[in-house]
Design a protein around this ligand. Structure first.
Ligand code: ATP
Ligand code: MG
Ligand code: MG
Length: 568
């Protein structure tokens, strides 16, 4: 059994259930659909959906779509796909934009209660009035407008009478607050921009800080989990929740109820945890978008990208991301996770989940001269060395084979245990061959002519004879040509985010992050379906490309090497 997770958030949830504060809990994952999800989001998804699963609480997927200029239905669809791919299913799919009418009514209530006002300062003036960390802000000259005037102006903002940026609706809190977020923050801004969900219905849009907490309250989210940068926003979160008070003002959300939404309104509690940061990559949506737009990668799902689409295409199993989330845990401590921790999780999952196959990525011909011309036989190989449930397969063996070029050296260094002129090596699952002759074309080795010791064939007593090395091979007569994409880290430095000496992350791209080669695979590897994964023995874990692979015309992505080649 897996040990019960017990981070500080789960402790809070446990206490809230034990004390009866909540009879049941609810969480949500709230992405803004302004880009593709990345591995950092996976941490938040695993946390919210994991807690839902462990404590029997429903989890909503909510699109925090309050900033229409940057949002797109393409992102909405990709995010839904990614959450499911990670292995989770939401109780309800919601959009903050489903609640626009409620937000508007709630804002009217704040105006009526004298807690919000329409301000005519422009963005620059607002900034100047806001003050600094050490200096209090100054009241806006529009702060004391009457409720009637505010109501009239706000209704006209909603009616679309004013141009973008002409006015804002602001919360009337405290311009001298030590917390700048409480210095009369904006609630609504004017933006004549069509919205991916509501079209042209709204010329004004709510600010994130206002919409997010009220969405949580409407959905009855008990534990609103977010990353640490929102810690300073928590007082504002609570201010909006308390002053709108949806629980005691159900008329505010009546339109939602009428439209058939379930609205289990409750007071949510925001709890912050630290973000996932990983070295050798960048994680902000802005930088990922730039990589795509500037053609520095092949798209959002480029297998080198830290996006979930990229990781998926590379072949990273979703279970590896869940394992990573478990392994790094949840805390308030900011930390930088080593890329090798992710790779370790991928290896661990793929080791037990992937059948073994043989492939050669840099082929050199080997001819077994003591087999008759045209000789071919079929050998049985176990598909997994530690798990018989993977079964066995037929591997065609023939007189001519492909071996890996680096498994032969004419002038070997000390300690080279593979094939050398006059030397012996074991062909995996076959027997021992001796290299009798090296055929060259100029300086290039083009063929090795070998004899197979018939007494060393697998299953015979002589098979136990000791030789230093074992190499893999593919029978040339039946081999299927494959495109093999050898991926490595996208950046060559641990901290590509450091902008020093006039350099940016663009300058730290790893020039060797992808190498495409033509190799040979055994027939049963060529027959795999897109997204099937294998361990190509001695080479690494590979996954049939989701888009370009087809049975018979294989394309494999190297997901991860067999061991960590960076830290040694
Ligand atoms: P980015 O900063 O990369 O653009 P974001 O925080 O703006 O991402 P959202 O769509 O707002 O992206 O995030 C949805 C949820 O995922 C939020 O609750 C956010 O806190 C969480 N999240 C985003 N990045 C990380 C991360 N690196 N680690 C953990 N959680 C994250
Ligand atoms: Mg965001
Ligand atoms: Mg952000």
């Amino acid at each position: 059994a897996t040990p019960e997770k017990n981070d500080f958030i789960r402790q809070i949830v446990r206490e809230d259930l034990a004390s009866g504060k909540h009879a049941s809990i609810r969480t949500r994952f709230p992405p803004e659909p302004n880009g593709y999800l990345h591995i950092g989001h996976a941490k938040s998804i695993c946390l919210n959906f994991g807690i839902g699963r462990e404590f029997g609480g429903p989890v909503n997927l909510r699109f925090d779509d309050t900033n229409p200029a940057k949002e797109d239905p393409e992102y909405v669809e990709a995010i839904k796909e990614d959450v499911r791919w990670l292995g989770f299913e939401w109780a309800e799919l919601r959009h903050a934009s489903d609640y626009f009418e409620v937000f508007y009514r709630a804002a009217l209530k704040l105006v009526e209660d004298g807690k919000a006002y329409v301000c005519d300062l422009d963005a620059e003036q607002v900034r100047a009035y806001r003050g600094t960390l050490t200096e209090p802000g100054r009241n806006s000259p529009f702060r004391e407008r009457s409720v009637e005037e505010n109501l009239d102006l706000f209704r006209r903002m909603r009616a679309g009478e004013f141009p973008d940026g002409a006015r804002t609706l602001r919360a009337k809190i405290d311009m001298a607050s030590g917390n700048i977020n409480l210095r009369d923050p904006a609630i609504y801004r004017i933006k004549h921009v069509p919205h991916q969900n509501t079209g042209d219905a709204w010329p004004i849009y709510p600010m994130y800080d206002y919409a997010h907490c009220l969405s949580d309250a409407l959905e009855g989210i008990t534990h609103s989990l977010c990353t640490l940068e929102f810690e300073d926003h928590r007082p504002l979160y609570d201010w909006f929740v308390d002053n709108v008070d949806l629980v005691r003002n159900p008329h505010l959300y009546q339109p939602l109820v009428d439209a058939g939404f379930s609205v289990p309104a409750a007071k949510p509690r925001q709890i912050e945890f630290s973000r996932l940061n990983i070295n050798y990559t960048v994680m902000s949506k802005r930088k990922l978008l730039a990589l795509v737009q500037e053609g520095l990668v092949a798209g959002w799902d480029d297998p080198r990208m830290p996006t979930l689409q990229g990781l998926r295409r590379r072949g990273c199993p979703p279970a590896a991301l869940r394992l990573l989330a478990d392994r790094i845990g949840i805390s308030k401590q900011n930390s930088l996770i080593d890329f090798s921790v992710l790779e370790g999780c991928i290896r661990e999952v793929m080791d037990s989940a992937s059948p073994r196959r043989m492939a050669v990525v840099d082929p050199l011909k080997l001819v077994v001269t003591n087999l008759p011309e045209g000789h071919a036989e079929s050998l049985r190989f176990a598909n997994h060395p530690k798990d018989a449930s993977f079964g066995e397969r037929e591997v065609p063996f023939s007189r001519e084979l492909w071996i890996e070029r680096e498994d032969f050296m004419e002038v070997p260094p000390k300690g080279f245990h593979r094939l050398v002129p006059g030397g012996e090596v074991r062909l995996r699952g076959v027997g021992i061959v001796r290299c009798d002759e090296v055929v060259k074309d100029g300086d290039a080795v083009v063929e090795l002519r070998c004899t197979l010791d018939p007494d060393s064939r697998a299953g015979l007593p002589g098979a136990d004879r000791k030789v230093k090395g074992t190499i893999h091979w593919v029978g040339a007569a039946h081999a299927v040509a494959a495109e093999v994409r050898l991926y490595d880290r996208l950046f060559s430095v641990p901290d590509p985010d450091k902008d020093e000496a006039g350099k940016t992350y663009r300058d730290y791209l790893n020039p060797a992050s992808v190498r495409v080669v033509r190799g040979w695979v055994e027939p049963s590897a060529a027959a795999l379906a897109p997204e099937d994964s294998v361990q190509f023995e001695r080479l690494g874990y590979f996954t049939a490309d989701r888009r370009d692979h087809a049975p018979g015309t294989p394309v494999f992505n190297r997901t991860v090497t067999l061991r960590d080649t960076w830290s040694s």
